[in-house]
Design a protein around this ligand. Structure first.
Ligand code: ADP
Length: 435
């Protein structure tokens, strides 16, 4: 196997031998061989010291004026430059990554705060200002418990048990509810990371769900208690036939009430679960309203309301016939139930440039303005006992609202106490169908 010497070694050897040769020649000529060889070695050493001295400048810039390094120095400089280049590109990559994380944390809607071991702010992102009252960099070095002054948060921090997140009111905006997570930083457990997320919509949804369950339970318990009491009485020796008939009637009445409530609840939940992609059909509104008027006559019964049906436009609607029937029939049924006997109820269908409009106008008791914005809340009633007496479940207008949402439509309520009410469903032009 042939040994091949690397280039830089060859160059180095050539340099060394060149110097020795010149020194030898000079020594032979002058008869001072030893001195010349020693001088030659000094020149060789001086060359290396010179290279060493200019090394920092050589490495600082690539195009260094003066002789370029040769031999071992050439290779040495090359290797160091390669390492410099690779560590430079590595640090560029790192700073790019860092920028990316920094940008991501800065655009987060959640507040992120790093605390030092004494609970002082070390760093925070922009969202921390609106959620936790921590403004970077002004808040740097200040105690979190001073900036976000909340006794519950202070206690949570001092307990040091962060297994479950803490729900607090935002110290920067009392209308916001925050879920706060705290965790020690991985690489330094004495420093904490605080993450606060705005959960206001979820929080109120949860509250309204809990209220709803409580209210429904209450609504169901009332008739159930009546049925229970009457059944107990019947179970005892009950010989008075008039009493027996009265009890049975009451039981039936309460059972019907429960049945209506459960059926409205089911309708509402079905509407809420309806897939947006449920196929729409063409609904002939004039026909649907004619059926509705017949049903309304039956509902009114001996109360003999006077029903007017005004079909001002021939168009129909693109939608779900069953849902629309449920919504309109709730409006008509409300009008009948809240209007005195023999009064007038008008149902009007009209299409114009703004879309289609279905209105139900009654001449009944009317509604005070303060109640109007809340009428479509589930189980909301202006007068609970009156509504129950007239057969209302308190879910009718919630059902109407949900159906209209499913059809991109809106409900408008105009009413004056003692002057009657008009409930209008406004459908967008895109829902109108020519028949
Ligand atoms: P309910 O089943 O009790 O009628 P709704 O959700 O349909 O429940 O209506 C909510 C409340 O709105 C009713 O309890 C009633 O107080 C009021 N309301 C609805 N429609 C009318 C109307 N046409 N006239 C007067 N009040 C009405």
């Amino acid at each position: 196997m042939m040994f091949s010497m690397p280039n830089h070694w060859r160059e180095e050897l050539r340099l060394f031998l060149g110097i020795v040769l010149i020194a030898g020649l000079a020594g032979t000529l002058t008869g001072q061989l030893l001195v010349c060889l020693l001088l030659g070695l000094l020149v060789y050493l001086g060359w290396h010291v010179f290279q060493l001295a200019r090394l920092p400048r050589l490495l600082a810039q690539n195009d260094q004026p003066g002789p370029s390094p040769v031999g071992l120095w050439k290779d040495f400089v090359r290797q160091i430059r390669e390492q410099q280049d690779s560590s430079h590109s590595h640090s560029l990559e790192l700073s790019y990554e860092l920028d990316r994380y920094h940008n991501a944390v800065n655009t987060l809607p959640d507040a992120v705060v790093i605390l030092d071991p004494s609970g002082r702010v070390d760093w925070s992102n922009p969202a921390a200002k609106n959620l936790l009252n921590i403004d970077w960099p002004d808040s740097r070095g200040r105690l979190l418990t001073d900036l976000a002054a909340d006794p519950v948060l202070a206690e949570y921090l001092s307990n040091g048990n962060f297994a479950t997140p803490l729900t607090i009111t935002s110290p920067a905006n009392r209308a916001k509810i925050l879920s706060t997570y705290i965790a020690p930083l991985d690489h330094d457990v004495s420093r904490l990371m605080v993450l606060a997320r705005d959960i206001t919509p979820e929080y109120y949804l949860d509250v309204s769900r809990r209220d709803f369950v409580a209210n429904v339970s209450h609504e169901l318990r009332t008739p159930l208690t009546v049925i229970y009491g009457l059944a107990e009485q019947l179970n005892m020796d009950q010989t008075d036939p008039a009493m027996l008939q009265r009890s049975t009637e009451l039981i039936l009445q309460q059972a019907r009430r429960m049945n209506e409530l459960v059926s409205d609840l089911l309708t509402l939940s079905r509407l809420e679960m309806r897939q947006e992609s449920a196929p729409d059909e063409t609904v002939a509104i004039a026909e649907l309203l004619a059926t509705l008027v017949e049903e309304a006559h039956a509902l009114s019964g001996p109360a003999q309301h006077v029903l007017h049906l005004e079909i001002r436009s021939p168009e129909g609607l693109r939608g779900n016939a069953q849902e629309l029937h449920t919504a309109f029939s709730n409006l008509v049924s409300n009008a009948i139930r809240h209007t005195p006997n023999l009064s007038e109820v008008t149902i009007k269908w009209l299409v114009d440039h703004a879309g289609a409009h279905l209105s139900v106008t009654d001449t009944g008791e009317g509604i005070a303005a303060r109640h109007i914005p809340r009428l479509t809340e589930r189980l909301y009633r202006v007068d609970a006992s009156h509504s129950r007496d007239t057969g209302g479940t308190g879910l009718g207008l919630s059902i109407v609202k949900r159906v209209l949402e499913n059809h991109e439509a809106e409900l408008e309520i105009i009413s004056t106490v003692g002057g009657g009410s008009t409930f209008t469903c406004h459908f967008p032009p895109g829902r109108v169908v020519s028949l």
